[in-house]
Design a protein around this ligand. Sequence first.
Ligand SMILES: [Zn+2]
Length: 321
Amino acid sequence: MKKITVVLSVILLFLILCGFWGFFGHQRINRMAVFTLPPGMIGFYKHHIAYITEASINPDKRRFTVVDEAPRHYLDIDHYGDSAFHKVPKYWTPAVALYSEDTLKAYGILPWHINVMYYRLKDAMAVGDPEKIIRISAELGHYIADAHVPLHTTENYNGQLTGQEGIHAFWESRLPELFADHYDFFAGKAQHLANPQLAAWKAIEQSHQFVDSVLCIEKRLSARFGERKFSFETKGKQTVKVYSQEYARAYHEILDGMVEHQMRGAIKMIGDFWYTAWIDAGQPDLDKLIIYKPSEEEIQQRKAELEEWKKNQLQVRDHTE
Ligand SMILES: [Zn+2]
């Protein structure tokens, strides 16, 4: 029993230290994304906003129990060398053909997994399965938020190659926790995406452009601050070493709104993906699903119909191509 408690505390500490947008960031981002939605959607999402907020962190919790989970959260694009964004195929099948599935999984599959989640959400919408719609929406939100963290796009994800260990959680957890109350999260209205797969890539490419700044600025600042870089804070009964508030403030200032910009970008893109799945599924009546939960048989029946329809679509395409 004691052993289990120790293991759990280690996992918890790990989660706190390497929070992956931190629980705080993911929850805030998913929550705000609801407010980008149009009238036909916002009622349903607002009704489930507590779940959508809390479940935003489920994919991170799963990293410790599901073998395939971890690579869904990042893409070490720099592993693929110069002009990687031009070299790596945007779609899964040609990417596997070029690099093999094992290689892709070793260096992260974030953009492709976002696309998989988009299709799952579209199907859940088409079938009218309210539980799946909210669960997949919440988790899709998580992966899109990860795509907006520059350090989720590089092999040097925690500054471990440049002597900056700890910078991952510093950027994505400590900074938002200290400063997000002053951020402007108004992201505008959700818009339809012509190509969700390419949109996921675009977000990652934009995030990746910030990697050098994130690391170089911290390196320079660290040299200037010396010992004052860290301080001790009491969390519950524990005293932990953290990046000092003074250091965090100085870093945040030089980053000049980067964290806020990326959070807002994530909020907007999550709204865009939810909206796109809804439109592409034929704008099902979500308001009806607030008061009416279809039975398991109904859901299975509609699923079978959807699969049948997909099969026919494929055949039609085969004949015309
Ligand atoms: Zn994550």
